[in-house]
Ligand binder design. Sequence first.
Ligand code: IMP
Length: 180
Amino acid sequence: MLFVTSNPGKAREAEEILGEDVERVDYDYAEIQSDSLAEIATEGVRDAYEELGEACFVDDSGMFVEGVGGFPGPYSSYVYSTLGIDGVLNALDGIDDRSARFDCVVAYHDGDEVRTFEGTVAGRVTREQRGDGGFGYDPIFEVAEDEEARTFAEMPPDEKNEVSHRRRAFEAFADWYQQG
Ligand code: IMP
């Protein structure tokens, strides 16, 4: 089974979470515009399956900030590559309600149909970057359930992978897959 992603950080985390080798395919599947991560992931894995002709899965993630109506949400990737982390912090400068969540949807295509699995983690957006682990928004996403209020980037990888949105989505996927 193939994990279709151009992001090596995601593939590394998937391997650590699933505890086995994951074959990464660096194919840039089509990302439709939608307010729903599940729809984006579903269309993405359809495109990937058409290209590869083999069972495969994709993961689509986004950070949703309460005080700005869920921005950047499904547009997290575009916002990250255009504004960057400092640009996001600037855009949120006057925002007091910084509570946020990170969502992950894994979409799996087995050749017949697509199934989706969701995971979420609560947190808040910091006012400055902290830590140098992980990738993407990790330096500004502080994890609500962490007693030390660390960002994902301040946690060792195994601790991020214990509580992350990706962990929860992949666990749901693995539970379903092992039953089948
Ligand atoms: P996508 O799932 O590749 O569309 O990711 C959306 C955006 O969120 C990208 O900018 C990723 O770098 C970022 N992202 C995805 N997963 C994580 C994560 O676990 N931590 C921090 N940023 C992430």
